[in-house]
Design a protein around this ligand. Structure first.
Ligand code: FNR
Length: 185
């Protein structure tokens, strides 16, 4: 059994620490899990119901299909002003709309890193709240929230510390073992 995870980095930055964290998660995932990253966030228009009524714009339809085809999602949430970045909220808003919202009843592992000393914990909990409203099932328990991102990653954007890799690997293992009843749609 292969678990197909769709990764969503909440940053547009080429050298994003959150994208780097997702790539580390892909490397540390148990062998039965495959994590593919969504990398078209910059193409998404701002949410607008008028656009939906004309038929989802191609980048929206592509993103929704990418997450619909996955068994679960891994979302890396940066922190802007103690909240999640607008680009991430915008992506979640597009994903939340009917029919068949692709994260409804689906498991989500939420991770994140920020350059500040709280690691994006406040944005992390805001994202949990939004994902819950969307009907996603966010893995509970020990959070992967890594502060001082600029010191934690090498210039090649790899995690420096084995303790961080252990935390992330354990989260991926708990996520793969998560058993949830499907909520259906
Ligand atoms: C930030 N940053 C930041 N960091 C933090 O720990 N707490 C915060 O509230 C904020 N607020 C904030 C606001 C804005 C507008 C910017 C641009 C940045 C810093 C942030 O953690 C840093 O830019 C990270 O590198 C962003 O994540 P990515 O893009 O590296 O994934």
């Amino acid at each position: 059994l292969v678990l197909r995870f769709a990764g969503l980095p909440g940053s547009l930055r080429r050298a994003s620490f959150n994208s780097a964290l997702l790539r580390e998660a892909a490397v540390l995932a148990p062998p039965q899990a495959q994590l593919a990253l969504y990398d078209d966030l910059a193409q998404l228009p701002h949410y607008n119901k008028d656009l939906r009524e004309e038929g989802d714009p191609a980048p929206v339809a592509d993103m929704r299909a990418f997450f619909a085809e996955a068994d679960a999602a891994v979302i890396a949430c940066p922190e802007y002003n103690r909240g999640m970045p607008g680009v991430l909220k915008n992506a979640l808003d597009w994903l939340s709309r009917p029919p068949d919202p692709p994260l409804y009843g689906k498991s989500v592992l939420l991770i994140g890193t920020a350059t500040g000393g709280m690691g994006g914990a406040l944005a992390h909990y805001q994202a949990r709240q939004v994902l819950s409203a969307m009907g996603a099932i966010v893995l509970p328990g020990r959070e992967v929230v890594l502060p001082f991102a600029a010191d934690r990653f090498t210039p090649e954007l790899r995690l420096r510390q084995e303790s961080d890799r252990i935390l992330l690997r354990e989260a991926m293992e708990r996520f793969c073992a998560l058993k949830v009843f499907s909520l259906g749609n």
